[in-house]
Design a protein around this ligand. Structure first.
Ligand code: THU
Length: 156
Protein backbone atom coordinates (compact mmCIF):
# COMPACT_ATOMS: atom_id res chain seq x y z
CA UNK A 1 0.00 0.00 0.00
CA UNK A 2 1.37 3.42 -0.95
CA UNK A 3 1.05 6.32 1.42
CA UNK A 4 1.95 9.99 1.27
CA UNK A 5 2.44 12.60 3.95
CA UNK A 6 1.44 16.25 3.97
CA UNK A 7 3.86 18.91 5.15
CA UNK A 8 2.05 21.88 6.70
CA UNK A 9 3.64 25.31 6.89
CA UNK A 10 2.97 28.93 6.13
CA UNK A 11 5.25 30.99 3.91
CA UNK A 12 5.56 34.56 2.76
CA UNK A 13 7.76 37.10 1.02
CA UNK A 14 8.44 39.44 3.92
CA UNK A 15 8.74 38.48 7.59
CA UNK A 16 7.40 41.92 8.53
CA UNK A 17 3.98 40.53 7.48
CA UNK A 18 4.18 38.18 10.49
CA UNK A 19 2.58 39.10 13.82
CA UNK A 20 4.28 42.17 15.29
CA UNK A 21 4.99 40.31 18.54
CA UNK A 22 7.61 38.33 16.62
CA UNK A 23 9.44 41.25 15.01
CA UNK A 24 11.91 42.07 17.81
CA UNK A 25 12.87 38.41 18.16
CA UNK A 26 13.44 38.03 14.42
CA UNK A 27 15.48 41.24 14.27
CA UNK A 28 17.64 40.16 17.23
CA UNK A 29 18.22 36.72 15.73
CA UNK A 30 19.32 38.27 12.42
CA UNK A 31 21.73 40.62 14.23
CA UNK A 32 23.06 37.74 16.32
CA UNK A 33 24.43 35.97 13.22
CA UNK A 34 27.45 38.29 13.46
CA UNK A 35 28.52 36.13 16.43
CA UNK A 36 28.68 32.95 14.35
CA UNK A 37 32.08 31.31 14.45
CA UNK A 38 32.25 29.90 10.92
CA UNK A 39 35.81 30.50 9.62
CA UNK A 40 35.80 27.26 7.57
CA UNK A 41 32.45 27.37 5.81
CA UNK A 42 31.74 31.11 6.05
CA UNK A 43 28.14 29.97 6.42
CA UNK A 44 26.83 31.97 9.36
CA UNK A 45 23.74 30.63 11.11
CA UNK A 46 21.94 32.07 14.12
CA UNK A 47 19.00 30.85 16.13
CA UNK A 48 16.92 32.55 18.80
CA UNK A 49 14.17 31.31 21.04
CA UNK A 50 11.62 32.66 23.46
CA UNK A 51 10.63 30.84 26.60
CA UNK A 52 7.12 30.92 28.01
CA UNK A 53 8.33 33.29 30.72
CA UNK A 54 9.50 35.79 28.05
CA UNK A 55 13.25 35.11 28.37
CA UNK A 56 15.11 35.12 25.04
CA UNK A 57 18.19 33.01 24.25
CA UNK A 58 20.39 33.03 21.16
CA UNK A 59 22.97 30.75 19.59
CA UNK A 60 25.16 30.41 16.51
CA UNK A 61 27.09 27.70 14.75
CA UNK A 62 30.54 27.17 16.26
CA UNK A 63 33.00 25.48 13.91
CA UNK A 64 36.24 23.66 14.62
CA UNK A 65 39.41 22.91 12.64
CA UNK A 66 38.51 19.29 13.32
CA UNK A 67 35.38 19.69 11.19
CA UNK A 68 33.15 17.06 12.86
CA UNK A 69 33.65 18.85 16.18
CA UNK A 70 31.61 21.78 14.82
CA UNK A 71 28.10 22.38 16.09
CA UNK A 72 25.05 23.93 14.42
CA UNK A 73 23.39 27.08 15.73
CA UNK A 74 20.19 25.25 16.67
CA UNK A 75 21.99 22.71 18.85
CA UNK A 76 24.20 25.35 20.48
CA UNK A 77 20.99 27.12 21.43
CA UNK A 78 19.03 24.07 22.59
CA UNK A 79 21.94 22.84 24.74
CA UNK A 80 22.36 26.23 26.37
CA UNK A 81 18.64 26.61 27.06
CA UNK A 82 18.02 23.10 28.38
CA UNK A 83 21.03 23.42 30.70
CA UNK A 84 20.19 26.91 31.96
CA UNK A 85 16.37 26.88 31.95
CA UNK A 86 15.48 23.21 32.53
CA UNK A 87 11.93 23.92 33.69
CA UNK A 88 10.88 26.61 31.22
CA UNK A 89 9.05 25.66 28.06
CA UNK A 90 10.23 26.93 24.68
CA UNK A 91 7.53 28.68 22.66
CA UNK A 92 9.17 29.83 19.45
CA UNK A 93 12.49 29.29 17.69
CA UNK A 94 13.74 31.56 14.89
CA UNK A 95 16.47 30.30 12.54
CA UNK A 96 18.41 32.61 10.23
CA UNK A 97 21.12 31.96 7.62
CA UNK A 98 23.25 34.93 6.64
CA UNK A 99 23.62 33.93 2.99
CA UNK A 100 21.36 34.95 0.14
CA UNK A 101 20.19 31.64 -1.31
CA UNK A 102 16.65 32.76 -2.20
CA UNK A 103 14.76 30.66 0.32
CA UNK A 104 14.86 30.17 4.11
CA UNK A 105 17.30 27.33 4.86
CA UNK A 106 15.73 24.41 6.75
CA UNK A 107 17.65 22.94 9.70
CA UNK A 108 19.71 19.78 9.25
CA UNK A 109 18.33 16.41 10.33
CA UNK A 110 20.30 16.18 13.57
CA UNK A 111 19.03 19.60 14.64
CA UNK A 112 15.44 18.60 13.84
CA UNK A 113 15.80 15.53 16.06
CA UNK A 114 17.39 17.66 18.81
CA UNK A 115 14.59 20.24 18.79
CA UNK A 116 11.97 17.50 18.66
CA UNK A 117 13.42 15.81 21.75
CA UNK A 118 12.69 18.95 23.77
CA UNK A 119 9.28 19.43 22.18
CA UNK A 120 8.35 15.91 23.33
CA UNK A 121 9.88 16.51 26.77
CA UNK A 122 7.93 19.73 27.36
CA UNK A 123 4.69 18.36 25.83
CA UNK A 124 3.94 21.61 24.01
CA UNK A 125 4.71 22.77 20.48
CA UNK A 126 7.85 24.69 19.56
CA UNK A 127 6.94 26.97 16.67
CA UNK A 128 9.77 27.10 14.10
CA UNK A 129 10.29 30.25 12.02
CA UNK A 130 12.84 30.15 9.20
CA UNK A 131 14.05 33.51 7.89
CA UNK A 132 16.11 34.05 4.73
CA UNK A 133 18.60 36.85 4.12
CA UNK A 134 16.20 38.16 1.45
CA UNK A 135 13.50 38.44 4.14
CA UNK A 136 11.11 35.68 3.18
CA UNK A 137 9.90 33.19 5.75
CA UNK A 138 8.46 29.76 6.47
CA UNK A 139 6.59 29.01 9.71
CA UNK A 140 6.00 25.52 11.11
CA UNK A 141 3.49 25.22 13.98
CA UNK A 142 5.63 22.61 15.70
CA UNK A 143 9.04 21.03 15.19
CA UNK A 144 7.47 17.60 14.55
CA UNK A 145 6.09 19.07 11.31
CA UNK A 146 9.68 19.33 10.10
CA UNK A 147 10.47 15.72 10.92
CA UNK A 148 7.79 13.29 9.79
CA UNK A 149 8.24 9.68 10.98
CA UNK A 150 10.69 10.84 13.63
CA UNK A 151 12.50 8.53 15.99
CA UNK A 152 10.56 8.66 19.26
CA UNK A 153 12.52 7.75 22.39
CA UNK A 154 9.43 6.19 23.97
CA UNK A 155 10.24 2.99 22.03
CA UNK A 156 13.47 2.51 24.00
N1 THU B 1 24.66 24.65 10.16
C1 THU B 1 23.85 25.11 11.16
O1 THU B 1 24.29 25.90 12.03
N2 THU B 1 22.57 24.67 11.20
C2 THU B 1 22.02 23.79 10.32
O2 THU B 1 20.89 23.36 10.51
C3 THU B 1 22.79 23.38 9.14
C4 THU B 1 24.22 23.73 9.14
C5 THU B 1 26.06 25.08 10.14
C6 THU B 1 27.04 23.98 10.47
C7 THU B 1 28.30 24.49 9.79
O3 THU B 1 28.96 25.38 10.69
C8 THU B 1 27.79 25.30 8.61
O4 THU B 1 26.42 25.56 8.87
C9 THU B 1 27.91 24.58 7.28
O5 THU B 1 27.36 23.31 7.33
Amino acid sequence: MKRSLTLNYEEGENWKDLNEDLHAMIEETITFSKNAYAPYSNFKVSAGLTLENGIKNFGTNVENASYPASICAERTLISHTVANHPNDRIKTMVIYVDKAVGEPVPPCGICRQTILEIELKQKSPIEIILISKEGNYKVFEKSADLLPLYFDGSVL
